[in-house]
Ligand binder design. Sequence first.
Ligand code: ZN
Length: 243
Amino acid sequence: MSRLPCSGIREVKAGPPEFPEFHSLYLLCFDKAMMIDPGPSNSVADLGFLDKLDYVFVTHPHPDHVGLLKEVVERFPQVQVLVPPQSLDLFLYPEKLNSIFSVGELLQIFGPMEQVKANFREVKAGEEVDLGDRKARVIYSPGHDMRHISLLLDEALFAGDSLGVRFNGVSIPTPWYDKEKFRDTVREALSLRPRMVGIAHSGLVGLNHLNELLDWRTLDPDQLRIDGGSRDEVLRLYLGING
Ligand SMILES: [Zn+2]
């Protein structure tokens, strides 16, 4: 791992030991420093080079995105944690989230979420976050999760799980609670004309990813077959889950 000081936008692979590539956290290092979606509690991320952190931005409160938050807050106790509206309870009482994610093997893969006490602030769509020499804007991005928010910084959009994933050059929607909202979120992302999009489980992608997500086959999992099998089969393969 490089020990270069953080500057500008930096992606750090932060998945669990078996799948380091599974999660990307993003660091925005300007006058003020921000981390987006720390990752799971068993993350391999080595953040020893980080000497300051002003904000953590949480796109949505799922264990694979915020499990590591407790450790980050212990290291940077002054950090302000920006979270979606109506999500605060989930950080204070994580049992609810853990029980939802105990279905299947998700919690074994990512590790459980522990209670986090921090300087939390709920942020709404349209709100600006001051990074000193520049400002980032909060975007509402429902579909995968009804609370999901993203962050636009100049021409970079940090989208958590709101804009699918991309494996082997194939765009795949994240599981949604509302397909139409997911589609609207992709359309809105395109209208923002970002030059790059940071998604949580595949790293930085280009606009072609968004256009391909709107393809009808992508939004109809039964119709989607890619090299190696159906969407679910490929996802399972990637996660290393057998069964
Ligand atoms: Zn996720």
